[in-house]
Design a protein around this ligand. Sequence first.
Ligand code: ATP
Ligand code: MG
Length: 228
Amino acid sequence: MTINNIVDESFIINQNKLKKFDNRCDNIKIGIMGGTFDPIHYAHLATAEFIRDSYKLDKILFIPSGNPPHKKRKITDKYHRYNMVLLSTINNDNFIVSDMEIKREKSTYTIDTLKQLKQIYINAEIYFITGADAICDIETWKDVEENFKLANFIAATRPGISLLKINEKIKDLKDKYNANIESIYVPSLDISSTYIRNQLNKNKTIRYLVPELVQEYIYNKQIYNNGE
Ligand code: ATP
Ligand code: MG
């Protein structure tokens, strides 16, 4: 089976997961894992799984961003990034991929996504997962206060940022915005997409840092060989 066939198959599997999930109308807890995922790596997946288990979340919805307003460098085509998230979640019924941000024409903001999620999953409790770095600059996000009204936030530890610093930031956000936000220690994996892109640029290995199918996709489509 070629990698393109596997992408097609993972798309269909994901559609079925979405259909099943959308039909549920009881009180559910959804974890949201947003990101550029350029590319998705094992720290994203391990963090999501650890938080799903710790907070007893029903599902984790991965939402690759479309045109992220915060990122300055040239981002890989959104369909490649989306396909890699599909490939990474093919074997996990609890991980579902949403195309709601990549389908948007304009810049994608979390506030719009949260509003849309609230309309689709009316009775759901939403837990927005962020890494420590993201929580530290959350005040630059659009409509920061409204974001906190629509979802609970979970800040996962990330190598390089101390739990102490995260907790100080959280206290500050709680005081200022009455935010519902908690930190959680997750077993650290010092992996970033930037590191993976750098490895690829230097023709160095990325094995065991990303799922095998993602590695195959990257080599097959020859993404990240152009100095990005
Ligand atoms: P880049 O280096 O391109 O910024 P990244 O590895 O930070 O990539 P993003 O797509 O920017 O990945 O991150 C999506 C989400 O995953 C963010 O909330 C980020 O904080 C979190 N995250 C990424 N890597 C880790 C990690 N190693 N541990 C914990 N959280 C992480
Ligand atoms: Mg990042």
